[in-house]
Design a protein around this ligand. Structure first.
Ligand SMILES: *[C@@H]1O[C@H](CO)[C@@H](O)[C@H](O)[C@H]1NC(C)=O
Ligand SMILES: *[C@@H]1O[C@H](CO)[C@@H](O)[C@H](O)[C@H]1NC(C)=O
Ligand SMILES: *[C@@H]1O[C@H](CO)[C@@H](O)[C@H](O)[C@H]1NC(C)=O
Length: 461
């Protein structure tokens, strides 16, 4: 009797595990094409109502990796332009930390948000019935927006059909009188305005790029099993600028209107991404817990601009030797980690020390002259070098987290005969340091807001 019931139990257990694994593996295939997160999805899949912390994963590609025909603005995007846009982004971020709106040489004042060149994109869907959109995600931005018909003023050419709110049964304008409307200002730095009773947002990026329109709510679909009702977004009626042909942006910063905060009850304010390099076609962006347990976590700091993710950079090591940089050099300005900045910015003193040691370690290789106007100044022609020995560089963050950088994290490829050290120095030691996306390639970077931790796992995509 006992053995019968325990074998029954065993059969039942096996059945649950079997059915669970079918559900989970079809779910994870559907969503990610990857099998790594089975454990993470197992429990919540059977309790869809109590999905707190459940992970939703989207494939990520680099925006220049699109297979669709490029618009003319995209064709002209070359390395020099990418670096120029990167400089604009960095100047803007640093000016925010200095507490001033930056004044352009032309005399215009920049407000609001930041745009960069090194954008990574995901596909999301909006509306009922749902429409696919290709958007860049950005840890330095709060607002999620897309172009919307009827494009009252203007829309640029984009990847997918422009979203038509009049054809969606779940679209709602946000009322001008609502507290939701009043909350936009922190995310766009531009106070909302009203058109009748409809809340209007305006977001201005560097280079006169902007999006203005109705602040609205919609059903956001991340995957067949992940839907977010009443997601607040910008329905752009007047859009222009250097967005390439992207359908819009998705904001992942620490702000009330970012997707991270809006989905707090569903995903627990945890997200992670792995940015692909040239060796992998896709990376991923995940919302919710369930990252790798092997992550090394460093404290997430809140700096004077609290929407950015602060980290404590402690030291830089090259070939196992710590560079002679006083810790106060790093602590003076502080450092943020940013998905949208391409090239890591270091305090001037720290960059000089890194450059000197890197050049010394690379002295037997042919130097290359970088294209004029580039901020990169330590370049090599490695075309004829078989298995060149690239020195190991390790960044040490607070909590004794050591990040070993590989060749693709250290050298930025300008051309086959010109690869440059992918770091640069700020003009002095007082401007904000930024840990950029070249140095994050292929790491799973996890942002755990409740625990105030940022985690790294190498070689994750
Ligand atoms: C996103 O959608 C576009 C067009 O709808 C498609 O070409 C592209 O491959 C998709 N990208 C990803 C990362 O799924
Ligand atoms: C949203 O507001 C705009 C401007 O007031 C209006 O034209 C549009 O019809 C509204 N849409 C809905 C669904 O209420
Ligand atoms: C980083 O490299 C050092 C020395 O090469 C090694 O001992 C350490 O385990 C590596 N750390 C990680 C996280 O891979």
């Amino acid at each position: 009797m006992l053995s019968f019931s325990s074998s029954q139990l065993l059969v039942a257990l096996l059945l649950i595990i079997y059915v669970g694994s079918i559900l989970v593996s079809s779910h994870s295939r559907e969503v990610t094409g990857r099998q790594d997160y089975i454990g993470a999805s197992l429990l919540p899949s059977s309790h869809p109502e109590k999905a707190t912390g459940r992970k939703s994963t989207l494939p990520v590609i680099h925006r220049d990796g699109h297979s669709h025909p490029r618009s003319s603005s995209e064709q002209s995007r070359d390395i020099v332009q990418i670096i120029r846009l990167d400089n604009e982004r960095v100047a803007f971020i640093q000016s925010k930390f200095r507490g001033v709106d930056q004044t352009l040489s032309s005399g215009k004042v920049r407000l609001g948000a930041i745009l960069g060149a090194g954008n990574y994109v995901v596909n999301i869907s909006l509306g009922t019935p749902k429409r696919g959109l290709t958007v860049a995600f950005d840890t330095g931005s709060a607002l999620t927006w897309t172009q919307c018909l009827p494009c009252v003023v203007s829309c640029y050419r984009q990847v997918n059909l422009i979203f038509d709110p009049s054809r969606s049964s779940s679209y709602r304008n946000v009322s001008c009188a609502s507290t939701t409307c009043a909350q936009i200002a922190s995310g766009t730095s531009v106070p909302p305005s009203c058109s009748g009773s409809t809340c209007l947002y305006g977001i201005i990026y560097g280079d006169s790029s902007y999006s203005n329109g109705f602040f609205a709510t919609e059903k956001l679909t991340l995957s067949p099993t992940d839907k977010i009702n009443n997601f607040q977004f910008g329905c752009g009626q007047d859009n222009q600028g250097l967005f390439g042909s992207l359908d819009g942006l998705m904001g992942l910063s620490r702000d009330r209107i970012s997707i991270v905060e809006q989905t707090a009850s569903k995903y627990g304010r945890i997200f992670s991404y792995c940015l692909p390099d040239t060796s992998t076609p896709t990376g991923y962006l995940s919302l919710g817990a369930g990252g790798r347990s092997s992550a090394a976590f460093t404290p997430m700091l809140t700096l004077s601009e609290p929407s950015f993710y602060g980290v404590k950079l402690v030291a830089i090591n090259i070939e196992g030797k710590r560079l002679p940089i006083s810790p106060t050099v790093f602590s003076r300005a502080g450092t943020i980690i940013d998905s949208g900045t391409v090239i890591t910015r270091l305090p001037r003193t720290a960059y000089r020390a890194l450059r000197t040691a890197f050049r010394q370690a690379m002295r037997r290789y042919l130097r290359a002259r970088p294209p004029p106007g580039l901020i990169l100044d330590t370049c090599y022609n490695l075309r004829r070098s078989i298995n060149p020995h690239i020195p190991s560089v390790t960044f040490t963050f607070g909590g004794d987290v050591n990040i070993n950088l590989t060749r693709n994290n250290l050298l930025y490829t300008i051309s086959r005969s010109c690869e440059c050290l992918a770091f640069t120095g700020n003009s002095d030691d007082s401007s904000m340091g930024i840990y950029g996306n070249v140095q994050q390639l292929k790491f799973e970077v996890t942002f755990n807001l409740p625990r105030r931790q940022i985690g790294f796992v190498p070689n994750s995509c």
